[in-house]
Design a protein around this ligand. Structure first.
Ligand code: TRP
Ligand code: SF4
Length: 404
């Protein structure tokens, strides 16, 4: 796969640690659904990543895997456009992780902000494990395996993609050179003639030692002018000025997922740990009940008390779901005690139910036929594995592991 194709490749993963809710939908899934039209997308269930934090109760993972895939399909991820698979079914991820671990300085892992943050946050768990320290490198293997140019992630994961770039750069620097690469480059320099060879060497040193871009450009112009030097040698001379060889693992770019504005039932960000969620496939009766019993402006005890939408989590849902005229109706009706809170909640309930209707419809065929879901994953896994095997073969060769 060339560097240009790599720019078309998108890869992202999700940890199976529970049912998805509307926060995931508004934050991540809608974004995936859009990306699948424009890019060659690979989406996977990061079950090994889930094990790094849930190794004591892996049953949560098992239950969540298939639920999560159905959630993706229900949200509109289309198996005809995107490749979906399960990480542990592509054991090549483990081999690449191991090989990359050989060249990854410990300090890079220790310095990733999530390492200390998560240990602090999840104090009840012992995360002083080898696997947890290696978490970002496993993620690097996931990304580099598919030579993905773009990686949709939330802000908290950007540092993992940054580290992946460092790892790729280090890998290419160490192994992107064929054996005898330097000798061949030196021989090519001789072919330019004494005067040009001397010039080239001087410019190369200036670029490598001082990062002098002008020296780089001048040297490139000199190479270009060498009509009697073969194309292969000219390519070699180009690569050699910058000190590198081939790009085996292209550096990925984070595609920052805009922070989800989805509020939960209590006005805080929707999150499982706050217990304020509406499930992506929550049944309609429960949705109605959850919204009806939602806390409103605490000052508004009686219908005749005027309220303040700014102090009410229901208003935040209107911000997500309602048009301008409905919002105006809420603002005026609330502040003048002209509407009751149950009236106010009605358009929100309707909007959530309307949003979930096509989700339930899409989910139904998969809920009724688990084999269908398994076959979608089997097909995606096969495709992912082919891509993974191709990368690993190159990686093994580059690292000198292709002896028989
Ligand atoms: N670490 C990611 C998360 O917690 C999940 C993940 C694993 C991932 N591997 C990945 C995301 C590769 C993007 C690319 O959300
Ligand atoms: Fe909240 Fe609406 Fe009741 Fe005002 S009328 S307190 S915005 S639910």
């Amino acid at each position: 796969m060339s560097s240009v194709e790599s720019q078309q490749r998108v890869l992202s993963g999700m940890r199976p640690t529970g049912k998805l809710h509307l926060g995931h939908y508004h934050g991540v899934l809608k974004n995936w659904v859009e990306l699948q039209h424009d890019f060659d997308c690979f989406f996977f269930v990061a079950d090994w990543h889930a094990l790094t934090t849930h190794y004591e109760n892996p049953h949560v993972i098992e239950q969540s895997v298939w639920d999560m895939v159905i959630d993706w399909l229900a949200a509109g991820v289309n198996p005809g456009s995107a490749t979906m698979f399960i990480q542990s079914r592509v054991p090549e991820h483990a081999e690449l992780h191991l090989l990359l671990s050989m060249i990854t300085p410990l300090g890079w892992l220790e310095r990733v902000p999530t390492y200390k943050d998560q240990q602090e946050k999840l104090k009840e768990k012992d995360l002083a494990t080898y696997g947890f320290l290696g978490y970002p490198l496993l993620q690097s293997a996931d990304i580099l395996m598919y030579r993905a140019g773009r990686v949709p992630v939330g802000a908290d994961q950007v540092s993992h993609v940054e580290m992946t770039r460092e790892v790729a750069r280090r890998f290419n620097h160490l192994y992107g050179k064929d054996p005898g690469y330097e000798d061949q480059a030196e021989a090519a320099i001789q072919k330019m003639g004494k005067k040009n060879a001397k010039l080239y060497r001087g410019l190369r040193t200036r670029f490598l030692e001082q990062g002098d871009e002008e020296a780089l450009e001048t040297a490139q112009a000199i190479i270009q002018a060498q009509q009697n030097v073969s194309l292969g040698d000219r390519e070699r001379l180009f690569g050699y000025i910058e000190g590198g060889g081939k790009v085996i693992l292209p550096e990925p770019h984070p595609l920052l997922t805009p922070a989800a504005k989805m509020p939960g039932l209590d006005g805080q960000k929707m999150s499982k740990s706050y217990g304020n969620t509406i499930g992506l496939r929550e049944d309609p009766d429960t949705v109605v009940k959850k919204i009806r019993t939602m806390q409103t402006d605490p000052q508004r005890v009686r219908l005749t008390d005027p309220g303040d939408p700014d102090k009410c989590p229901v208003w935040q849902l209107h911000e997500v779901y309602s048009d301008e005229s409905t919002k105006k109706w809420v603002q005026e009706g609330c502040r003048s005690a002209g509407i009751g809170c149950l009236d106010c909640k009605k358009p929100v309930i309707e909007a959530v139910l309307a949003e979930q209707k096509p989700i339930h419809e899409r989910a139904k065929q998969y809920e009724d036929d688990p084999e269908l879901v398994r076959s979608i994953i089997a097909e995606g896994t096969e495709k992912a594995r082919d891509a993974a095997k191709a990368t690993l073969e190159e990686v093994r060769r580059a690292m000198g592991l292709s002896y028989r």
